[in-house]
Design a protein around this ligand. Structure first.
Ligand SMILES: *Cc1c(COP(=O)(O)O)cnc(C)c1O
Length: 382
């Protein structure tokens, strides 16, 4: 697949030539752990054992690399497995990282309760404050600046190119968790990032039917370190899961357009609602990161958060009353979801500096008819 092909063309074809044996148009699910060798060491196309490589996973890894504009992609069993593998590849005891002070709760927990025990230190910083980022970076000691944009659940927008400049000047790499935007809306490698992280569970998979993760890089040396650690640690995506994500990616551009259309209208509805004290969406001109997001992203995506004027109990009641929006964790699927971050996805950061407001509600706006979504919220808010 030519690198000059458009995004949707690559989403449908990259890494996926028709099967040479049968002509199958869709990449088969290679449910095999091992591969026959033509004499000792005589591997067919390099396949030896499915922890090291599996053709269905290879197709997904090539497709993801193409969509992020990278040279190499890696697929994992979950977003956190991808993050853990990356961290173990680039850190050792004494390493320091700068992380967002409103990182995804699971990412924060991985730093605070797993990697910190191995002597890796992480400093949480508001990434919207570039001076604070520059002050937190320790030249020669900081191995990476971890960026999430837009963040979960407060949808803060960080300037990837400006952070890359600061980090690179100090000899640190820049990692961007691109889960919320997806490669269709945001291209971190082109903005100067070194590694892209995905929970493919979310928009890449897009149908709430698989848990998966990915890394994409451009640098050959970094790629070799990840090849080694992916195989040495073994948290790989299986062939069935890889196939589901590949299938999801084919419609990513269509879905992200519709998610953005619907979220824009839902955000506008919430923004004028008297029971809503604050609507949070990068597409609203009132959002402090609006202009940056307009420059850095193709559109503003499907995630909307809002604060309920009457407080926590009213927010909890609202979450229990919607009928189209399903009360559930996760995000990025075709169906709309609603959740209370303080009690659900972000319960693990309660009592830390990452604690979220108790009157906050987060929506993953799906691709249903937007009139139904707005009517549902309208009756639930009361
Ligand atoms: C869900 C999520 C993760 C973790 O991914 P899993 O697939 O659940 O392991 C990481 N970052 C962000 C932004 C997420 O939303």
């Amino acid at each position: 697949m030519s690198e000059s092909a458009g995004f949707s063309t690559r989403a449908i074809h990259a890494g996926q030539e028709p099967d040479p044996t049968t002509g199958a148009v869709i990449a088969p699910i290679y449910a095999t752990s091992t591969y026959a060798q033509d004499g000792v060491g005589g591997l067919r196309n390099g396949y030896e054992y499915s922890r090291s490589a599996n053709p269905t996973r290879t197709a997904l890894e090539q497709c993801l690399a193409s969509l992020e504009g990278g040279s190499r992609g890696f697929a994992f069993a979950s977003g956190l497995a991808a993050e853990d593998t990356l961290l173990r590849a680039i850190t050792s005891p004494g390493s320091h990282l700068v992380i967002p002070n409103d990182a995804y709760g699971g990412t924060f927990r991985l730093f605070a309760r797993v990697h910190q025990r191995w002597g890796v230190e992480a400093t949480p910083v508001a990434l919207t404050d570039l001076e604070a980022v520059a002050a937190a970076v320790r030249p020669g000691e900081t191995v990476a600046v971890w960026v999430e944009t837009p963040t979960n659940p407060l949808l803060a927008v960080a300037d990837i190119a400006a952070i890359a400049e600061i980090a690179h000047a100090a000899g640190a790499v820049v990692i961007v968790d691109n889960t919320f935007a997806s490669p269709y809306l945001q291209q971190p490698l082109a903005l100067g990032a070194d590694v892209v992280v995905h929970s493919t569970t979310k928009y890449c998979g897009g149908h709430s039917d698989v848990v998966g993760g990915a890394l994409v890089v451009n640098d050959a040396e970094l790629a070799e370190q990840l090849v080694f650690h992916q195989n040495a640690i073994g948290g790989v995506a299986g062939p069935f899961d890889s196939w589901l994500v590949l299938r999801g990616l084919k419609t990513l551009s269509l879905r992200m357009e519709r998610h953005s259309d619907n979220a824009e209208q839902v955000a506008a509805f919430l923004d004028q609602h008297p029971q809503v004290s604050q609507a949070i969406y990068p597409g609203l001109t009132s959002h402090p990161g609006h202009e940056l997001a307009a420059r850095q992203m193709r559109r503003f995506g499907g995630m909307v958060s809002f604060r309920v004027a009457a407080g926590e109990q009213a927010a909890l009641d609202l979450c229990a009353r919607t009928k189209v929006f399903v009360l559930a964790e996760s995000l990025g699927g075709v169906e709309s979801l609603i959740e209370h971050p303080g009690r659900m996805t972000h319960a693990s950061v309660a009592g830390t500096e990452l604690e979220v407001p108790s009157d906050l509600v987060r929506l993953s706006v799906g691709i249903e008819d937007v009139e139904d979504l707005i009517a549902d919220l309208d009756s639930a808010i009361g």
